[in-house]
Design a protein around this ligand. Structure first.
Ligand code: 5GP
Ligand code: ZN
Length: 115
């Protein structure tokens, strides 16, 4: 728990969020400013800065958040139409919260990269 970290405080229940899924190691909640009809953030409960930091420190948690994403996609009816999983990593990618989080985006036709 990093008391200066927004997402650590959300996970601890100190700040409110709309929780959609929880496991022993993961936590998932709706994005406050959705960029698609469905926009959910999936995080490990422990604090790592970004996806590479997580892969170096506790790689099994990358699997855990990915499996959580799959379960949430089923729960939200997105498994068949499909969805997007994204890690913004660093400033140029627009990362604003430095507690690693996987974005799950879907519920509509998403624009294709490079199109
Ligand atoms: P990033 O830009 O770091 O990849 O993603 C951070 C995400 O967190 C953004 O999509 C932003 O809308 C979301 N966000 C920022 N503050 C809050 C908050 O207090 N609650 C929730 N649920 N989402 C937040
Ligand atoms: Zn944190």
């Amino acid at each position: 728990m990093n008391p200066a970290c927004l997402f650590c405080r959300i996970i601890a229940g100190e700040l409110p969020s709309t929780v959609v899924h929880e496991t022993a190691t993961t936590f998932a909640f709706r994005d406050l400013h959705p960029q698609a009809r469905t926009h959910i953030l999936i995080v490990p409960r422990v604090h790592f800065t970004d996806a590479v930091d997580l892969a170096k420190g506790q790689p099994e948690l990358l699997t855990d958040i990915t499996l959580a994403a799959g379960e949430i996609a089923e729960q939200e009816g997105l498994a068949e139409p499909g969805y997007r999983l994204v890690f913004n990593t660093g400033r140029d990618a627009g990362q604003t919260v430095f507690h690693v989080h996987m974005h799950l985006l879907g519920g509509e036709q998403l624009g294709h990269f490079g199109a």
